[in-house]
Design a protein around this ligand. Structure first.
Ligand SMILES: [Zn+2]
Length: 107
């Protein structure tokens, strides 16, 4: 795996921006869902998964979801969401670093 294939994000990247970008969401029981849509309204966002779940989340870098995404504490991808393998590969090559990478704000 070459370095150019890896993607770096800052550890303190904003949760919603990150989810909008990678289109993945970790549920409480360790399942990784594919995000069909995310609608951001101020500090909250409504997330729709490919398997049909809809829920509201609060924007926090320190939230459970943010930590789980950064640390990749997910057991398995959702079977109903059918997340394509390339997307999972991309995520597995995504690295969250303290002092390096994009915070997705400045483009
Ligand atoms: Zn799902």
């Amino acid at each position: 795996m070459s370095d150019s294939k890896k993607r770096y994000y800052r550890k303190n990247v904003e949760l919603f921006l990150l989810v909008e970008k990678i289109k993945l969401w970790p549920s409480r029981n360790g399942v990784l869902h594919g995000v069909k849509a995310i609608e951001i309204k101020g500090q909250y966002a409504t997330i729709t998964t490919h398997c049909g779940e809809v829920f509201q989340v609060c924007n926090s870098r320190n939230s459970r979801a943010a930590r789980w995404l950064r640390n990749k504490w997910v057991d398995k991808p959702c079977s109903k969401c059918k997340i394509p393998q390339w997307k999972l590969d991309k995520y597995s090559k995504t690295i969250f670093a303290s002092h390096y990478g994009s915070d997705l704000r400045h483009k």
